[in-house]
Design a protein around this ligand. Sequence first.
Ligand code: ATP
Ligand code: MG
Length: 452
Amino acid sequence: MPRPAKIKKNNNKKEKEAVPAKKRKSFSRLRGMKDVLFDEYRYWDLVKSKAIDLARTYGFKRLDTPILEPADMYERTTGETSDIVTKEMYAFVDKGGEKVALRPEATPSLVRAYIEHGMFNFPQPIKMLWLGPLFRHDKPQAGRYRQFSQIDLEMFGEESPVADAQLILLAYNFFKELQIDVQVQINSIGCKECRKEYSNKLIAFYKERGKRAKLCPDCNKRLAKNPLRLLDCKEEKCVEVRTDAPQIVDYLCDDCKNHFTKVLEYLDELDIPYNLNTYLVRGLDYYTRTVFEIWPMDGEESRQTALGAGGRYDDLVEFMGGRPTPACGFALGVERVISKVKEKNIPLKQEDENVIFIAQLGDQARRKVFGLFEELRRSGFNVRQAFTKDSLKAQLEEANRVGAKFSLILGQKEILDGTMLIRDMESGIQEVIDYKKIRQELEKRLNNENKK
Ligand code: ATP
Ligand code: MG
């Protein structure tokens, strides 16, 4: 085909220079955001399908919620003093003048959905499985992105410590099946009542002479508004000061203490190793009683790279306008889990198992194999092709690249004979087979292969 004159004209140097430099600018992703490319996606599939399978066996059902939600929903629930709301939320006023936010976490949306759809009328507990992207203007670094994904499991309407233990068991099994060694860090932060006394003790402790000066500016501010958060601070100096801080487990009321003891007993029963971590308080406002984090076993900075976290939030449904409903849940950070899976070199499911490549020579053959390709694909064969290529050499190179076991080759001669060539890609041996018996021949050969 002759090249159209217009294209030639565009290649003209003068024309090119006429395009303003600004328009030719290429674009990059925003900081802290990433593309998930082809090979990487196999890890996503593995992690997601593992979570989905496991959650289903425990009776969790999947649901989705919008990415945009009212910003004040997070201000009121996640907490006005939380890092998420004060520093990390992508919030803006939309064209209708409404203040909205890209969801920074899933739980408030799930509670909203529970209330909005009257789920308290359904048989309890309601067990939710949620997967999706979240947005936080975090400081980008290894394992910390501004768009990241979580797998969330939440259980509504169950106050029993069995629920807490079952969630932890689920998280633990998830990692075990991915061959990732984890440690469960667990604590109880009590209820509104017992926390009050503890908070006062904690404030008194931090106000002791010389301590405040050592704290980071954030913790100095937190002391008045949310003293428990001081225990959670990752700044080295603050970690040092907290060493002798009073421990919340010593201040739990009888009900909270009982509940927590039972959770730990179940964990013992289930042989789940845990570490009672009295500094664990979680950064969000709504937690009550059990809080936990899943840390990788290895890695010096395990705390910095928590793989997941969760806890109980018995007051949140009522706080958000629903009926009083106990609830608990946890979230796993998909990117961090994937980076662990990669470290462990866990074998991925072969997508390219038993690949059959179909090659053709000439227009007539190409037309014929189009149909054959569809027919084999529909019968469940893992077929590949490169019908846009003309040369057999290029096609066989592609067959090798996709890891084909066999290639089927159709040329002019084979069309006339009613045959096709089958080539064993490993040995290079080619044989002629009856075109009508291709399926049987493939089945036979793949069966023999898989028995090897
Ligand atoms: P961190 O202390 O690491 O900031 P967090 O307490 O803010 O974590 P949660 O809100 O509990 O995190 O979220 C649960 C999980 O989501 C974390 O354990 C982590 O695996 C993952 N996660 C949180 N923030 C990010 C992020 N910015 N990028 C990637 N994963 C994240
Ligand atoms: Mg954070």
